[in-house]
Design a protein around this ligand. Structure first.
Ligand code: SF4
Length: 707
């Protein structure tokens, strides 16, 4: 038996794994005891990775390129040459007739950094459009925008290491015990080691994470800003703000102070549906502990004001000086394994490589020079929801979807399915051939996946780890980066840029792509010029920044109180309570909240293959409070129709004390293929935050009736 060290492909904790394999088959997996993210631990999902790669799961894999001439035809197997020539012909013809913005790429936080890099270079460098977005838009873009707005850069200041130094941990909008289990093990360890450490959980539901808290604030969904403003009101009233820190390192406090004057605990209590004493208690714990840390995730990000949710929380850290010290600071938990790596290469429609700013002509010129092209476009491309709307309207004609399943994961599913039906040409590059999106593929390109791929990922704490292949690709599957490189050369020839494409995409290995990417970061805030593959292999995962000549990365940022803003000061964001995209009404009287289960991951294309992972929850259930069930004469196990303004699904119902009256919850994992036609995201609105463009996947107003 042989062993290969790699990284878990699920969440942003980024646990190290040791893959056991024999005769070209993955036979087992265990936690890597040397990996600093998990020290040998794995959760149920990570510890069953080998089962998702067993020979029995081969039937679910895309193994050969498949093409169809018309939507009504079945796809048939074709050679890679035919597949990529057809793709290049289609893209070239559309670009020639309608311009570069008539094509788009929609990728994923599951891609490796090297895959991301070449996709980004293809679209923004060779094709000349910024129409490249990814499912990170659904996950982290509000955290990105919040960090930039408040602190000046998309850089999480903390590390997992800080959990053991904190005296007060605030977890907001995250069921960390389920969604980031190994990070939560650290929280449990820290509390054992320091019984005085306080855990405060801010979440509409009484989740397993909330159950463990010293104080749980079960706020009405989408009322976080009112809560944080009221906490700051209390801090000001009690003299708990850190005036020295505010004066020395921040700007904009007076404008915020004026706003929070109105946010008395009583006023916020009525908006948030909370006890005012609990708000005062939370403010005291936050401000008076020696070190306060916040961990947060989709419960802040997935709102049409997600950026300000983030900034309102960061305001509290700045006002109390709870940042830049061991155990203190705001720490966004990344939902996906490599959303961070994607951000680093500029893999969103409004970003450029190495945290460069698309609106900055000097930054665009730097990227153009790095890539050897005349220019990169200045206009941001279409973000996820905008992209699918443009496909539906015909403004975008062709889309290349890689490593993600928007026909299950995007909100307002009717819109997404219409868009994919209307599109002139849909390429789906996937490891798994059974996803909802594959149904719409005119061209299906089989890709390699976990255990078969080589490259790097970055986890939530800025730590970059090598991902390694243990076995070879099944069937004719190819690596994502290699497909892009092959396509780019063919497209270049058709666009009259053959020599340029040959130069731009001359890579023979992911390491060559990595070396170009790390060079692109030279002098930037995330400078990783000191990290080579060899170094990562010898020394293990490293946190950025790690410039050439450095001996270690940075565990935490802003320890000197200097921020990457024009003035060097962090910015208070004066923000007010906002209303969710839709409020409960007589027709749709309930708040619906969605979230993760412990043992499933995203759209279940991988975890859904492992029978053992259904033993925790075998099907999607609507969780509802006893009072609401009695009012509707519903009993456990009844089938109910859940209806929003956009669509409806039929589910079994389960009484649950985890949700408050007037609210209900359904897990996000099941899509149309597993729910007989419509997945849960058919219910959710596509309204998005104007800054981050992240849609409000966390909340809808619904009605529930017996089916
Ligand atoms: Fe994988 Fe996340 Fe579980 Fe770690 S915590 S094993 S990264 S799913």
């Amino acid at each position: 038996m042989a062993e290969t060290k790699s990284t878990c492909c699920y969440c942003g904790v980024g646990c190290g794994v040791v893959i056991e394999h024999e005769a070209g088959r993955i036979t087992g997996v265990r936690g890597d005891p040397d990996h600093p993210a998990n020290f040998g631990r794995l959760c149920t999902k990570g510890s069953t990775l080998h089962l998702s790669a067993s020979p029995e799961t081969l039937a679910a894999r895309a193994l050969h390129p498949e093409l169809r001439a018309r939507r009504t035809d079945a796809r048939t197997r074709v050679s890679w040459d035919d597949a990529l020539d057809t793709a290049a012909d289609k893209f070239a013809a559309i670009i020639a007739e309608h311009g570069p913005d008539a094509v788009a790429i929609y990728g994923a936080g599951q891609l490796l950094t090297e895959d991301y890099y070449v996709f980004n270079k293809l679209m923004k460098g060779l094709i000349g459009s910024n129409n490249l977005d990814t499912n990170s838009r659904l996950c982290m873009s509000s955290a990105v925008a919040g960090y930039k707005l408040s602190l000046g850069a998309d850089a999480p200041p903390c590390s997992y290491e800080d959990i053991r130094h904190t005296e007060a941990l605030f977890i907001s909008g995250s069921n960390t015990a389920f969604a980031h289990p190994i990070a939560f093990r650290r929280v449990e360890d820290a509390r054992k080691a320091n019984p005085d450490m306080k855990l405060v959980v801010i979440d509409p539901r009484r989740t397993d994470t909330a159950e463990a808290a010293d104080l749980h604030l079960p706020l009405i969904p989408g009322t976080d800003i009112a809560l944080y403003n009221a906490m700051l009101h209390v801090m000001l009233w009690e003299g708990w703000v850190n005036r020295d820190y505010i004066d020395a390192h921040t700007e904009g406090f007076d404008a915020l102070k004026k706003i929070v004057r109105e946010y008395t605990p009583a006023m916020a209590a009525s908006i948030c549906g909370l006890d005012k004493n609990a708000i005062e208690q939370a403010a005291q714990i936050f401000a008076t502990s020696k070190a306060t840390m916040s961990m947060y995730c989709q419960g802040l990000n997935q709102f049409s004001f997600g950026t300000h949710n983030n900034s309102a929380l960061i305001n509290l850290h700045l006002a109390t000086g709870q940042i830049g010290r061991p155990g203190a600071g705001p720490f966004s938990l990344t939902g996906q394994p490599n959303a961070m790596g994607g951000r680093e290469v500029g893999g969103l429609a409004n970003l450029l490589s190495a945290h460069r700013d698309m609106a900055n002509p000097a930054h665009r010129a730097e990227v153009a020079a790095l890539w050897g092209v005349d220019s990169v476009p200045a206009t941001p491309g279409k973000s996820a929801v905008e992209l699918f709307k443009a496909l539906k309207s015909g403004e975008v004609k062709a889309v290349w979807i890689a490593c993600t399943n928007p026909a299950q994961s995007m909100p307002d599913q009717a819109l997404i399915h219409d868009a994919l039906k209307t599109a002139e040409f849909v390429i789906v590059q996937e490891a798994f051939g059974h996803t909802e999106t594959c149904t719409y593929a005119d061209l299906l390109l089989p890709a390699t996946t976990w255990g078969e791929k080589d490259g790097t990922v970055t986890n939530s704490e800025r730590a970059i780890t090598r991902v390694r292949a243990a076995v070879s690709a099944p069937g004719e599957a190819r690596h994502d980066w290699a497909i892009v490189v092959d396509f780019a050369r063919r497209l270049g020839t058709r666009l009259g840029k053959g020599a340029l494409a040959e130069r731009m995409f001359s890579y023979a290995s992911p390491e060559e792509i990595w070396n170009e990417h790390r060079e692109s970061t030279r002098g930037r805030d995330l400078d990783i010029t000191g990290m080579s593959y060899t170094m990562l292999e010898q020394a293990g995962p490293q946190q950025w920044p790690f410039p050439e000549g450095a001996s270690a990365g940075k565990v935490r940022l802003y320890e000197d109180g200097v921020y990457p803003t024009p003035t060097g000061r962090a910015r208070f964001v004066a923000t007010e309570h906002r209303i969710t995209a839709e409020s409960p009404s007589a027709h749709y009287p309930l708040h619906l909240n969605t979230g993760r289960l412990r043992d499933q991951w995203h759209g279940m294309s991988r975890t859904g293959l492992v029978a053992r992972l259904y033993s925790h929850e075998s099907e999607p259930l609507l969780h509802m409070h006893q009072d609401d069930m009695e009012r509707r004469r519903l009993a456990d196990g009844d089938l109910v129709k859940v209806k929003s303004r956009r669509g409806e699904v039929v589910l079994k119902i389960q009484q649950s004390a985890t949700v408050r009256p007037g609210q209900c919850f359904v897990p996000m994992h099941w899509g149309g293929n597993t729910m007989g036609g419509q997945g849960v995201n058919v219910l959710m609105p596509s309204d998005f935050d104007p800054t981050s463009k992240q849609p409000e996947l966390k909340h809808a107003a619904v009605q529930v009736e017996k089916y």
